[in-house]
Design a protein around this ligand. Structure first.
Ligand code: NAD
Length: 364
């Protein structure tokens, strides 16, 4: 699939446009708002610098409209970041008839989306995602929100954009580590979607080259299909948590003081290896498939071992996770690629065994 093709996905309540020829559609979309006080462009300082010029180059009319940028990074996705956006909108005279344009990664779409949902009790917004996580995941599905007291996504609301515009050209300036975070989501989606997508990924792929576009498209279509079936995350949408239960615990643990740090993508990659191991112990995933999954992931990610002395810390972090139910844990597991199961009950002993095997896989 070539990125200069152009696709419109219509499985959700709003259209998702993807490809390098989407500017015509974007122009049509913003046209009714092209008046003073009509359009407000929200970004972070990186996307303001790297992505706004590209946007204005393609739609010069947007150059006349106000923009505002928060500091890049997760720290901005909190109550003071939200207040910043509200203040800016209020002082600049935005109304319920204005359009908020979120130009950035997941932080911008989560925070900007929440600001749009709450400003004057709801103003329209569109997402123009610029990071790979934004393009394949965060910009789609209407989940908006902020972190509270350092805990992720504690306050938020489902509030749909009017449309999503995915222009792969923005990825040219995205730093490699952030690219790989999105790539972990592409692998996850392929594991959930099944054989065909997985087969495509196994072919020798250089994540940075143009062939990534086909994978972005597949991942976007898959996410749209799942969200369409369960917009409020009560049932089937939970399959998208695969790899994330243990992944989030790895991410928190490795980013504590005196630990070596771990990027989100690496954590999700490690989480998928562990959850595939649990799947093969209790959910019928064949040993052969589990091995295939581990080798696919280790081909793209440098996986860090988890020293035994940290197993208890990891279990504590999992216990704090909201998916916990009594003394057992709820996971999304695989029966095989393409056959995920939600709400699987997992005992702590299975998790510990998976962590041991995970370390062995890395040593091999
Ligand atoms: N709402 C959802 O459904 C959903 C889904 C997944 C993730 N998320 C959220 O998304 C966030 C993670 O998303 P993210 O990885 O995009 O984070 P991010 O928005 O912080 O972007 C990552 C970094 O890349 C920079 N960047 C983005 N696009 C760029 C470009 N084109 N060129 C140069 N730099 C660029 C940003 O400035 C930032 O420094 C988390 O807060 C997560 O909770 C939400």
């Amino acid at each position: 699939v070539r990125q200069d093709d152009f696709f419109e996905i219509n499985s959700l309540a709003y259209p998702v446009f993807i490809g390098s020829k989407l500017w015509i559609r974007l122009r049509e979309f913003v046209q009714p708002y092209l008046k003073p006080g009509g359009i407000f462009i929200f970004a972070d300082q990186n996307t303001l610098k790297f992505c706004l010029p590209l946007l204005v180059e393609n739609i010069p009319e947007l150059g006349d409209h106000l923009s505002y940028a928060v500091m890049p990074g997760e720290e901005s996705k909190d109550i003071s970041g939200l207040e910043e956006v509200w203040n800016w909108l209020m002082k600049s005279g935005a109304t319920r008839e204005s359009l908020l344009v979120n130009l950035g990664g997941g932080v911008v779409s989560d925070l900007g989306g929440f600001a749009a949902a709450t400003f004057h009790r709801g103003m329209p917004y569109i997402n123009i995602p610029t990071s790979l996580i934004g393009q394949v995941d965060a910009a789609i599905g209407g989940k908006t929100g902020i972190n509270v007291a350092g805990v992720k996504n504690q306050a938020g609301i489902f509030y749909d954009p009017l449309a999503v515009f995915i222009f792969p050209g923005f990825l040219a300036t995205l730093p490699e580590n952030h690219f790989m975070s999105g790539f972990a989501e592409i692998i996850k989606s392929a594991l959930l979607a099944g054989k065909n997508s997985l087969h495509m990924l196994k072919a020798n792929l250089n994540p940075g080259d143009e062939s990534i576009f086909g994978h972005i498209l597949e991942t976007v279509k898959f996410k749209c299909d799942i969200v369409a079936k369960d917009p409020h995350d009560r049932s089937v949408r939970k399959i998208l948590n695969f790899g994330h239960t243990i992944g989030h615990a790895f991410e928190s643990l490795f980013n504590q003081n005196d630990m070596p740090g771990m990027l989100h993508g690496e954590a999700v990659a490690a989480g998928m290896i562990c959850e595939a191991l649990i799947s093969s112990e209790i959910n019928g995933l064949s040993k052969w498939e589990q091995n295939e999954i581990a080798s696919l992931i280790t081909k793209y990610f440098e996986i860090k071992p988890l020293e035994k002395k940290y197993f208890d810390n990891l279990m504590e972090l999992l216990a704090h996770d909201k998916k916990r139910n009594s003394d057992r844990f709820k996971f999304t597991l695989l029966e095989s690629p393409g056959k995920p199961c939600i709400d699987c009950s997992v005992g702590s002993e299975s998790i510990i065994r998976a962590l041991r095997s995970y370390n062995q896989i890395i040593e091999e």
